[in-house]
Design a binder for this molecule. Structure first.
Ligand SMILES: CC(C)(COP(=O)(O)OP(=O)(O)OC[C@H]1O[C@@H](n2cnc3c(N)ncnc32)[C@H](O)[C@@H]1OP(=O)(O)O)[C@@H](O)C(=O)NCCC(=O)NCCS
Length: 146
């Protein structure tokens, strides 16, 4: 049996940028991490185990939190890392008295849809042909905290 993967969740620092960019590329996500780390309203959470294994980017706007991107290294998926990152965001949002967490996800992204549903997100709306590269719909999901 392989040993359990010990992962800690924390905030990203400037030294993480190269590893973050590598994960984002692997996930097909385009994120300007130096810019995000400089934004007062952005949270960049990372999973370390001991290498950087995943990240989550969210923005705060009034009493809403918007999940912008979430990615886990391909080789480390299905070990609960995405769930841990999202759970940390929900704890942070609760501490900050946020009312709702919102996100958009490609209608074809089964793993992400399953993860969000497992954490209690429900479908709020659909944006037809939202993604210009594939023409697919965006599913808008929400989780009300209070
Ligand atoms: C979506 C993503 C972040 C999930 O990360 P992960 O660390 O593998 O997810 P977890 O191991 O925490 O999974 C938690 C739950 O989500 C669901 N889930 C995750 N991946 C799944 C898959 N491939 N198929 C079905 N359900 C899945 C399951 O309910 C899972 O619980 P379980 O393992 O006990 O069954 C990861 O697949 C990823 O990085 N994808 C590419 C980038 C991406 O699509 N990001 C989302 C943009 S909106």
């Amino acid at each position: 049996m392989s040993p359990a993967l010990v992962v800690t969740i924390g905030s990203a620092v400037t030294e993480d940028v190269a590893a973050l960019q590598s994960i984002a590329r692997q996930c097909g996500l385009n994120v300007d991490f130096p810019a995000e780390l400089a934004r007062s309203y952005a949270s960049v959470l990372v999973a370390r185990g001991p290498d950087l294994l995943g990240f989550l980017l969210a923005w705060r706007a009034a009493d809403e939190v918007h999940l912008i991107d979430l990615g886990v290294r391909e080789a480390s998926r299905r070990h609960g890392i995405g769930r841990s990152l999202l759970a940390a965001l929900l704890r942070e949002a609760t501490v900050n008295a946020a009312r709702v967490v919102l996100l958009e996800v490609r209608a074809s992204n089964g793993p992400a849809l399953a993860l969000y549903a497992a954490l209690g997100f429900t479908e709020l709306d659909r944006r037809p042909r939202y993604y210009a590269d594939t023409g697919e719909d965006a599913v808008v999901m929400q989780l009300t905290l209070r």
